[in-house]
Design a protein around this ligand. Structure first.
Ligand code: HEM
Length: 557
């Protein structure tokens, strides 16, 4: 299109959009819309969310307009839900109406876009693939893999400490945690380690999540799509080409029945048995055949869901434990009493560790990895709690981050990390108590919840059981920066003409302005997909001589 024509189209759209929206608004007749801030012409309330941490801004707006608040983001009517009661209305009472997902622009460039279980509408295909993943991946017994993974992680820490001169050496906890969770996820989903064809799968996952987390203007102002203003469609295409090459090579290896590459309960091999099967599509008359693209889409969903969210929770928990020595002491005390100091924590111990359970819940309350969940969309016109009318096609954000800080629910110092608030409480994270829904609730609830929870508890327990930790010299708990910031950096490709061969991601510096080492707590939480991340937790490890015999010897040798 010639530039003049483009400008003309843009101008026309800018002029007629408010009129269309006005007429649409009128046609809703007597329906009562939720309150919300007044939108500007064309951009609506987009300017108010021009922030790296939209869940914070949305919380402050909801304190003015209420727990069900209507915004207009560009041309998209959007509702933000910020209380347990309102969340229950959307995710339980009207679960069917709000289980759909919006079609995001970055997905349009992906060949597997309509086969993803995360972004598929609720239909026969979604149901079947989700059930398949739960049976063949999530519900498998991964106990041995977790045991091996976290033993390796503890040994890696001990090795790193020994290499740096022994007890008291500084360890990059983020790095070790990320590596452990990445390897475990790759072995579960792909049956191989995290490095493939010279490409680190973790870097691919991170890039996907970064792209999805960005607030993409084209999603809200569709007439900007041809311009790819933020370059996200280009980035998505590029990372997808890389993923495609990596995943093709992994699938080929499983296809060829190369047993050396395979682990017990091989998920890819089970997926391949589905090839060619017909499953119901969006309605009972429409069948869909499972093809190679469906298999790649499911593998991508599973690997994206698997590890960033999990290790981020352990990092947040470790940061809070460093800030709260009393809580650390209680947790170590519980481990010492229940597990003792002559062996490592085992999965079978977890059910007896009540204080650990409370520490994990408290971490989820304050730092849900998906502060706004994955966006939902209204599949039909619905009247919700409070008599508010929600129009079909409205995007729905459930502000879990705000719900975790709701003064009405968490009456005693909601901002404080205080695991004891759960003593005698039946609230848990499994989707029945709407005051704490880090995994969502209803039919879109995270299918990986149980596997994620067990890994988090085991990793955290072993971290604090095997080692004593202290902040690097010169740093006090008050220096720990617990605010989130968006961490975006482009990955470097080895060769611009080829998609394979990612060099590295350009990590943000770990030095703070005053020169001391500090945490860079990072959240990436655009309004499309949200994930929480935290980077660069550096701690000094101190292994007490009465702790875990093997590790102590390893460090001292
Ligand atoms: C701490 C760990 C985890 C957290 C906090 C978490 C959180 C979430 C959240 C908030 C959602 C969106 C729910 C909604 O839209 O209402 C979700 C969806 C999903 N998660 Fe997880 N997740 C975790 C671990 C996992 C794991 C380990 C897997 C895979 C093995 C996984 C796979 C998925 C999938 C496939 C979906 C999409 C479900 C659908 O749309 O039907 N997640 N997760």
């Amino acid at each position: 299109m010639a530039p003049n024509l483009v400008h003309l189209v843009f101008l026309l759209l800018a002029l007629i959009t408010p009129l269309i929206l006005f007429l649409l608004g009128r046609s809703r007749g007597s329906h009562r819309l939720p309150p919300g801030p007044r939108p500007l012409p064309v951009i609506g309330n987009l300017h108010q969310l021009n922030t790296l941490v939209p869940h914070r801004k949305l919380l402050s707006l909801s304190r003015i307009y209420g727990p069900i608040m209507q915004l207009r983001l560009g041309l998209v009517p959007t509702v933000v839900v910020s209380s347990p009661r309102a969340a229950e209305s959307f995710l339980k009472t009207h679960d069917v109406a709000f289980s759909s997902r919006p079609r995001l622009e970055v997905l349009e460039v992906l060949p597997y876009r309509d086969r993803s279980t995360v972004f598929s509408p609720v239909n026969g295909y979604w149901r079947q693939m989700r059930r398949f993943c739960v049976t063949n991946l999530v519900n498998k017994d991964w106990g041995m893999l977790r045991r091996e993974t976290f033993r390796n992680v503890m040994e890696r820490i001990a090795d790193a400490v020994a290499a740096k001169g022994g007890v008291g050496a500084t360890v990059d906890v983020s790095e070790v945690l990320r590596g452990g969770f990445e390897d475990m996820a790759c072995r579960m989903v792909f049956g191989c380690w995290g490095e493939r064809e010279g490409v680190d799968i973790g870097t691919i996952v991170h890039e996907y999540l970064m792209i999805a987390a960005k607030m993409n203007t084209s999603d809200y102002l569709p007439f900007l799509r041809p311009f790819d203003v933020l370059g996200l469609a280009k980035r998505a295409k590029k990372i997808n080409e890389t993923f495609d090459q990596v995943i093709e090579s992994i699938i080929r290896q499983h296809d060829q029945n190369n047993l050396a590459e395979q682990e017990e309960g091989d998920f890819i091999r089970s997926l391949l048995t589905l090839l060619g099967q017909a499953v119901p599509g969006s309605n009972s008359r429409q069948a869909r055949v499972i093809d190679r693209e469906s298999i790649k889409a499911v593998l991508l969903d599973m690997i994206l869901g698997s590890f960033e969210s999990t290790w981020a929770v352990v990092e947040w928990a470790m940061s809070e434990l460093m800030r709260n020595p009393r809580v650390m002491e209680c947790l170590q005390g519980e481990l010492q009493t229940i597990v003792g100091m002559s062996r490592m924590v085992e999965e079978s111990d977890l059910r007896y560790l009540d204080y650990l359970e409370m520490v994990v819940k408290e971490t989820f309350r304050l730092y849900p990895p998906g502060p706004l969940l994955v966006p939902h969309e209204a599949a039909e016109d619905t009247v919700v709690e409070g008599g508010y009318f929600i129009q079909k096609g409205t995007r729905v954000f459930i502000n879990v981050w705000a719900i975790g800080r709701d003064h009405e629910v968490w009456k005693e110092n909601p901002e404080e990390f205080y695991p004891e608030r759960f003593i005698g409480s039946r609230v848990d994270v499994k989707g029945c108590n709407f005051e704490l829904i880090p995994f969502g609730a209803g039919r879109r609830i995270c299918p990986g919840m149980n596997v994620g929870l067990t890994s988090i508890k085991l990793a955290l327990a072993q971290f604090v059981h095997c080692f004593d930790w202290k902040l690097p010299t010169g740093m006090s708990p008050a220096d720990l920066d617990m605010t989130e910031e968006q961490c975006d950096y482009e990955i470097a490709y080895a060769d611009h003409s080829s998609t394979l061969g990612i060099l590295a991601r350009d990590e943000p510096s770990l030095e703070t302005t005053n020169g001391s080492m500090a945490t860079l707590n990072t959240v990436f939480s655009g309004t499309s997909f949200c994930g929480c991340d935290q980077q660069g937790l550096l701690l000094n490890s101190l292994v007490r001589t009465d702790r875990i015999i093997g590790l102590t010897e390893q460090i001292q040798s």
